[in-house]
Design a protein around this ligand. Structure first.
Ligand code: M6R
Length: 366
C-alpha cells in the first residue's frame, strides 16, 4: 500500500507531480487562458462582489491560507484576512453579508475549522471550502467549494495536501482576477501556462532528492533550525519549520526574513542552520543582505532558490536549486525540498515519520 516506499510520507511527497496534475486537470485551459472551477459557478457573482475574504484554517492549511492572502491581494485586488480557526471562533468577529469565508482543510473534519465556518455562516457570510476528503463534514457544510483531488493523505505530516491547496488558491485567485478585471490578460495567460507546467518542475526537484538526503546527514543532530522567507515564501518558511518540528522533534522556527533583526538573530551561531527560501523576486537584494547577516554571525546557510539565482547560490553553504518560475507560483516548488529535508532528518533520527508522537492526522476535538 506504500507503493514500495518505506513510509507514506515519502510516497506522498513523490506523488506530488501526479496529485498536482489531478488537481489542475480539466480546470486550466492553456489555449484560451481560462480557469474553470465548476464548484464555484453558482456563487461566482457573490464572490466577485465580495468586500473582503476571510480565510480560516489550522496548521499546514493555515499556511496555505497565508499564501492565498498574497495571491488574492495581488491577482484579484481583494482584501484578505487569514485567521487561525481556533482564535476566530472565540472572538467577536465583525462579519457582514458582503464577506466571504473560505475555510481550508485537508480532512474536512478539523473541529476548530468547522466551528469557524459555522460562526461566519451564522453571521451571513458566504461560506466556501477547499477540502481534500470528498463528502467530509466541512465540504458538506459550505455553500460551495473546490476539492484538491490530492488522493488520500495518510502520513500525519501534510505534504501533497499543502501543494494542492496552494494550486487551488492560485486558480481561484486567477479566476477572480479575470472576473474582477484586476489582472492583465497577458500576465494571466502566462500564469496559466506556467501553472500547467508545475507538475513537471516538481518532478525535476524530486529527481534531485539524493542531494537533499546527503545534506540531511550533516544536519541530523542540529538542535535548532531557523527558516526565513519573504513574500510568497514567508508562509513556506513557517511550513518548513512545522514539518521539521512535527516529525523530527527538532525545535524550528519560521520567520519573515526581516523579522530576524527583531529577536531571532540573537540565536544565530555556528550550530544554527538557517534555511533561506529565496525565490528570485523583487525582494532578492533584501534576502541577500539577510544571508550576509547570518553568515557574519557564523550561521550555516541552506538556500532554496531559483537555479539562475547565482548570487544566492554563491553565498550559501548548501543549495537546493529549483527550476525558475513566476514569483507567485514559487511556493509550489520551494515547499518540496523542505518536505524532503524534514523527512530524511526524521528518518536519520529514528523517528516514526508517519505517526509522530502526540499527533493525530485530523484533530476532531478542540
Ligand atoms: O485536515 P486539516 O487540513 O484541517 O488539518 C489541519 C492541521 O491539523 C494539519 O495541517 C496539521 O498541522 C498537519 N499535521 C501538518 O503537517
Amino acid at each position: 500500500e506504500k507503493g514500495g516506499y518505506p513510509h507514506f510520507m515519502l510516497k506522498e511527497i513523490f506523488e506530488q507531480p501526479r496529485a498536482l496534475a489531478d488537481c489542475l486537470r480539466g480546470r486550466l485551459n492553456v489555449e484560451n487562458s481560462s480557469v474553470q472551477l465548476g464548484g464555484l459557478t453558482d456563487i461566482m457573482d457573490r464572490l466577485e462582489g465580495a468586500e473582503r475574504l476571510i480565510i480560516a484554517a489550522c496548521g499546514t492549511s493555515w499556511h496555505s491560507g497565508l499564501v492565498g492572502e498574497y495571491l488574492f491581494e495581488h491577482l484579484a485586488k481583494l482584501p484578505v484576512e487569514v485567521e487561525y480557526a481556533s482564535e476566530f471562533r472565540y472572538r467577536e468577529p465583525l462579519i457582514s453579508e458582503d464577506d466571504v469565508m473560505l475555510v481550508i482543510s485537508q480532512s474536512g473534519e478539523t473541529a476548530d475549522t468547522l466551528a469557524a465556518l459555522r460562526t461566519a455562516r451564522e453571521r451571513g457570510a458566504l461560506a466556501l471550502g477547499i477540502c481534500n476528503v470528498v463528502g467530509s463534514t466541512i465540504a458538506r457544510d459550505t455553500d460551495a467549494g473546490v476539492y484538491t483531488h490530492a488522493g488520500p493523505e495518510i502520513g500525519v505530516a501534510s505534504t501533497k495536501a499543502f501543494t494542492t491547496q496552494v494550486a487551488v488558491l492560485t486558480m481561484m485567485a486567477i479566476l477572480l482576477g479575470q472576473k474582477r478585471n484586476t489582472i492583465d490578460s497577458a500576465y494571466a495567460a502566462r500564469l496559466i501556462r506556467e501553472l500547467n507546467g508545475i507538475p513537471e518542475k516538481i518532478e525535476k526537484i524530486l529527481d534531485h532528492s539524493e542531494s537533499v538526503k546527503n545534506m540531511a546527514e550533516l544536519f541530523t543532530y542540529a538542535p535548532n533550525f531557523l527558516y526565513l522567507g519573504r513574500t510568497y515564501n514567508f508562509p513556506v518558511a513557517l511550513e518548513g519549520a512545522l514539518k521539521l518540528k512535527e516529525i523530527s522533534y527538532i525545535h524550528a522556527e519560521g520567520y519573515p526574513a526581516a523579522e530576524m533583526k527583531h529577536g531571532p538573530i540573537a540565536l544565530i551561531d555556528k550550530m544554527m542552520p538557517v534555511v533561506v527560501i529565496a525565490a528570485t523576486d523583487h525582494t532578492n537584494d533584501k534576502m541577500i543582505s539577510n544571508i550576509e547577516e547570518v553568515k557574519a554571525r557564523g550561521g550555516r546557510i541552506i538556500a532554496i532558490t531559483g537555479e539562475e539565482n547565482s548570487e544566492v547560490i554563491d553565498l550559501a553553504e548548501f543549495n537546493c536549486p529549483i527550476p525558475e518560475t513566476e514569483d507567485c507560483l514559487s511556493p509550489l516548488l520551494t515547499a518540496i525540498p523542505l518536505q524532503l529535508l524534514s523527512y530524511y532528518i526524521a528518518v536519520n533520527r529514528g523517528c516514526d515519520v508517519d505517526q509522530p508522537r502526540n499527533l493525530a492526522k485530523s484533530v476532531t476535538v478542540e
